[in-house]
Design a protein around this ligand. Structure first.
Ligand SMILES: [Zn+2]
Length: 200
């Protein structure tokens, strides 16, 4: 970075450059945008960052993000608490919730088993998931890890752990995307679509 800026502006630009998708040009633009803002507006950004880091924590039951001991979903009596949908990250939970179709509760693993990245089952919230299931009253576990190598491996591992619990284990269906065409689907999507076919 050139030294035409003051130290403080350089520091701010450096912080922006650490954000995903922000290059040097954008970092410079953002830093000068902040500089032009009235003090209270600029500091609102700093306050929001501080608040998110100080107030947000993981739900004590499902590890979703929340500001209380339990997240809103775990506290919701209208949900079916006997069905646990297992996802890798809080953002996966949000995507599923946006469908408006989910009336179950969740368990967020906070990652996926990825031996090549050194992430083992112990790094995830698998023990806590097992404790929830062993506590009883669980009828189904939906494995909603990502349909890729690590996500599939994690689902297989969980499935083997849950084998003796007697709880029904399901995996999200996958296959042809709506609005897509068979002509442009790749082989693995078609394989999933054929093996996951269901009565109409
Ligand atoms: Zn929760």
């Amino acid at each position: 970075m050139s030294n035409v800026h003051t130290d403080s502006i350089n520091q701010l630009m450096e912080q922006f450059r650490k954000l995903p998708g922000i290059g040097p040009r954008n970092a410079e633009r953002l830093a000068y945008h902040i500089l032009k803002q009235p003090t209270d507006k600029a500091l609102a950004l700093a306050d929001a960052i501080r608040a998110v880091k100080e107030k947000i924590r993981h739900c004590a039951r499902c590890f979703n993000l929340c500001e209380a001991e339990l997240c809103e979903i775990c506290q919701d009596p209208r949900r079916d608490h006997s069905i646990i949908c297992v996802v890798e990250q809080p953002k996966d939970l949000i995507c599923l919730e946006e469908t408006g179709l989910c009336n179950f509760v969740y368990h967020v693993l906070l990652g996926r088993i990825a031996p090549l990245d050194g992430i083992t089952p112990d790094d995830l919230t698998i023990d806590q998931l097992l404790q929830r299931i062993q506590a009883g009253n669980i009828s189904e576990v939906i494995l909603a890890t990502n349909p890729n190598m690590d996500g599939d491996g994690t689902a297989l591992y969980l499935n083997s752990l849950l084998d003796d619990t007697g709880v029904k284990v399901t995996r999200l269906a996958r296959g042809l995307p709506s609005g897509g065409t068979i002509e442009y689907a790749n082989k693995s999507i078609l394989t999933d679509a054929i093996t996951g076919r269901k009565p109409i």
